[in-house]
Structure formats: C-alpha cells, structure tokens
Design a protein around this ligand. Structure first.
Ligand SMILES: [Zn+2]
Length: 371
C-alpha cells in the first residue's frame, strides 16, 4: 500500500529561524517550500497547486493580508493560514476579512499546527473537487451587473470559469430599449460572458412569481455554483425585486452574493471583498459600452466607479475591491481524492534540504528586502 501523498505547503515567513522550526514541524506531512517575501510567494503561488499557503501577517513590502487577498483572487481554491505575531483581535478580524481561512498566533503550538494543516489541506481538496465553477450574475437592468460585479466576473473568466449574465429588463424606463439591449450585448461580448436578456419589462419586475420563474429557468439550465445578484439594501424597487426573486429561484445554488448598486442604501454591509486591481481598467472599458442616456446614468462615471472600488479597499489590502454581502456560502461536498505523489518541490534557485523542505532563497535571509 502506498503512503498518502504528502501535502504541498508554501510557507511565507521573513523570520528564517521561525520558518525553519515551522517547516520542521510539518516535515512528516508535507513538502514545504519557504519564501521570505510575499512578492516571491505570489510568483510561487502560480507555479503549483498548493494544498495550503501559510503566511506571516507582517512581511517586508507586501503584507501577508495583501498576499492572501491576491491569492484568493487568482486561486480561490487554495486554503490560506495567517500567522500573527501577537494575540490581536484586530489582526484576527482582518485575516478573516481578507478571506484567510484561519489564523494562528505565534508561538505556534506543534499539535495545533499539525491539526490546522490537515484541516486546511482537506478544505483545499474539497474546494477543488467542487470547482465546476459556473457563475451566474443577475441584474434588473442593463449595466447593473457590470457596475456591481464586473471586475469579479472578469476575474472568474480569467480563471476559465463559465460566466453568464442574466438581465431581467430592457430598461424601457428612461431610455430606448433597443439601444439598451444592444449595449448590454456589447458589454457581455467585451467581458466574454454569455448573456440572457429576458426583458420581462420594467413594469413587471415587481411581479415576483414571473421574475422568479424566469430566473429559475436559467438557474436550471446552467446549474451555477455561484450566483451574484442585487442587494436587498437598495432604494430601487426593481433591484429589491430581483434580489428576492433570485434568492427564491436559487435555493440549490451553494454560493449567493449580493453586489453594490449605485442605488444601494447605507445598510449595504458587505463581508466579502474581491480584489479587482487587475480588472479595474477592463471593467471601465466594458461600462463604456453603455453610451445612451449617460447624462441620466451618472453612476457610470469612471471616476465614481473607481472611487467606490477604492473606498471599499479600506476593508482589503489591494487598491481596488468589489464588495459583496453574503446570502449563502455552503461548504462544498467532501471528496478528498488525492492525486498521485509528485517529485519533491525544487525551484531553479531553491536548494532542497532533506525530506522535501525546499528553501527559496531568492532574497537574503537576514535582509529579506531586496536593495
Ligand atoms: Zn438597475
């Protein structure tokens, strides 16, 4: 009988001694690669399918929190564990807020660390197993989706997820429907998403049964695992109706999130923040597809969209963020099927020591900040 596959862990820690001690603790279970900076870790993160990324919170240059946020945006499956130097409630809250899966306070107890890495590696495996990654975004009007979660959808597309947008009305009120439909189609094309434009008519959005049935039809066709929709905390009645209809139509969708609209109220209280730094410019380019009635649609202003996204970055660590309320986030079904073992991790500049612990010494140990 073959022994279980060893876990692949990326350890980001600027304190070389602590890194060595921590790697030693994990050695029996895992192939550990150590890197002293978040920048190096970000490069390493894309090289392999890691089971777990463990990072110190305080690092030279990019912080551990910022690192976690960037990793979550590009590789949402991999579990992340943040190590904090001192017991601080703020640090713990920050860690969870940026999407870290767990955190530990230094000095780290041996048994606790082992327990955590097993737990978190299993979490990564469950996420991978369930990553059919079909995404559906629902919006009452053309432009709602792009404004609310355009960057996030672009990030899904960059991960090869299948992304669809469902627009409920043509936006007849205050505009020419044909124009709006054309613009919605153009925006969807620019983003690379499949567009369902139902057009129940602005006057009928409030008829919840009709709207719910339309959304349900698309949900049944696509069986998305993530759904984005309006928040209930919105001045706009259509947005609230679409929120209610979406939630009613998608009881089987494991993850349901609500994006912010121009008409969201101050009650909009997001707890999920997606880093969209890389997608902000493209989001704005997509929004520019909406050229009719721009004077009435001042919320399409690029400065405003940028500023809004920048504002929410106070809860994250990156420059631009899209905020989401969480309606539902059901853990995936367990199916921890390990792939075959692989060779020990070595990189071009890594010098593997015994038992698969690889030290990434791109930066000097005692002075990890380059230059
Ligand atoms: Zn709208």
């Amino acid at each position: 009988m073959s022994s279980p596959r060893r876990l692949r862990i990326l350890l980001v820690e600027d304190d070389a001694i602590f890194a060595a001690v921590t790697a030693e603790v994990m050695r029996e279970r895992a192939l550990v690669r150590w890197t002293p900076t978040a920048e190096a870790a970000l490069a390493a993160a894309g090289e392999k399918e890691w089971d777990l990324i463990i990072t110190d919170i305080e690092l030279p240059g990019m912080s551990g929190l910022e690192l976690v946020m960037k990793i979550k945006a590009s590789q949402p499956h991999v579990a992340t564990l943040i190590l904090t130097g001192h017991r601080s409630f703020d640090n713990a809250v920050e860690a969870i807020r940026v999407g870290a899966d767990d955190f530990l306070t230094k000095p780290v107890d041996r048994a606790t660390l082992i327990e955590k890495i097993d737990e978190l590696a299993a979490l990564s495996a469950r996420r991978r197993a369930s990553s059919s990654a079909t995404i559906l975004a629902v919006g009452a009007h053309p432009d709602d989706i792009e404004v609310g979660c355009g960057g996030t959808l672009l990030s899904h597309i960059a991960q090869n997820h299948s992304v669809s947008a469902l627009v409920i009305t043509g936006g007849e009120v205050g505009g020419v429907p044909a124009d709006h439909a054309r613009e919605a189609a153009r925006a969807a094309e620019l983003m690379g998403v499949r567009l369902f434009h139902i057009n129940v008519g602005d006057a009928n959005v409030g008829e919840l049964d009709a709207t719910t049935n339309e959304i349900r039809r698309v949900v049944e066709e696509l069986t998305p695992d993530t759904l984005y929709t309006h928040s209930i905390h919105d001045f706009n009645q259509d947005h609230r109706s679409v929120h209610e209809a979406s939630v009613a139509a998608a009881p089987s969708v494991p993850r349901v999130f609500c994006y912010q609209s121009a008409s969201s109220t101050v009650e909009f209280q997001p707890s999920r923040f997606v880093a969209v730094d890389e997608y902000m410019d493209r989001k704005l380019a997509v929004v520019r597809a909406y050229t009719s009635n721009v004077r009435q649609r001042r919320y399409l202003d690029a400065d405003l969209l940028r500023a809004t996204s920048r504002y929410w970055s106070r809860y994250g660590q990156t420059r631009f963020v899209e905020p989401f309320e969480v309606v539902r986030e059901t853990p995936a079904i367990v199916s921890p099927e390990w792939s075959d073992d692989e060779a020990e991790i070595t990189g071009p500049t890594s010098s593997p020591t015994s038992n698969g612990v690889a030290w990434d010494q791109r930066a000097p140990i005692e002075s990890p900040v380059n230059d």
